[in-house]
Design a protein around this ligand. Sequence first.
Ligand SMILES: [Fe+2]
Ligand SMILES: [Fe+2]
Length: 375
Amino acid sequence: MADHTILFVDDEVNILKALRRLTRHETWNVVTASRGREALEMLERQPAQVVVSDQRMPEMCGVDLLQAVRDRWPDVVRMMLTGYTEMNVAVDAINRGEIYRLITKPWNDEELKATIRQAFDHYDLKREIKRLNQVTREQNFKLQDMNRNLEAKVRERTKQLAEKHQELRRAYVQTIRALAEAVDAKDAYTRGHSERVGVYASKLAREMNFPKEFIERVYIAGLLHDVGKIGVPDRIITKPDRLTDEEYEEIKKHPEIGAKILEPVEFLADVVPCVRHHHEWYDGSDKGYPCRLIGDRIPLPSRVILVADTVEAMTSDRPYRKALKLEMVLSELHRYAGTQFDPVCVRAMLQLLEREGDGFLRKDQKFDIYEFIEG
Ligand SMILES: [Fe+2]
Ligand SMILES: [Fe+2]
């Protein structure tokens, strides 16, 4: 190979001649020097990959030369060729010059050529390893960079998705609210009823330590519990006097109508049964409707909503009576715990009313979807 240059250093001209003769059929570029200083100057001008030096030379000995080569060109493969094989010289050459081989004079031609070939291979191999290490390092840097970018991108996208999701949830709740308001608007006396039932029911669910998703479902079901009133004639809904039995039968259809309205809406599937059963009695008596379910068979959100619904209705003015006082409400809850109401829900409601008093019944309360969905 053209970039394979070997430098022989020896103060004996005959030795240098013999070495040139030995290598004349090889492809190596051969240069020679007879002093250490001269050798270093040559290496500065023209790089060599292998240096073979004698030990005993005037001015600078072989070990000093090879040490200097090692310091300045650590990749150059260094060998010593000497007739002077004292132990201390060999040790010095290995320790200070970090030589690759020590060859003794007189040498065997074929062996020497083979050793030089190995030295070039050794040089090439080390260089290749160095190059590969460098490539690997660069690729690692690139990979780390890519990973960092990717992570940032994933973080950004995840954030965007979460924001979109929240936007959708808000839009969803707002749409449902609009629907509930439309129902309440049929009757001046029930304005805001649905929102308040949703708020009371969700507070009740929170009081009972239910998880977030459950509380949200209770709120949505509370908002929609009377949506079926859309299907009940206005004259019955707004009638200021007591209802006839026939009219009451019409009103009793609203949970079933509501469930039917919501059934086709896929994302409200878990709300449908809560709406359908919000007028069942806990004791399973025939005062409950539409299915006369009993106890645990009634969906839990329906039992929560019934208590909230009753409290809201009792504490709102009606054409035929004024809003009831808090003590009245409490005694009604006590009275119907276990018959109309789930006693567990009643207990939680009593706790809430006791703690918050009239504040619990503030008419302008809204379910804080922002705090709730994002919190
Ligand atoms: Fe209802
Ligand atoms: Fe209601």
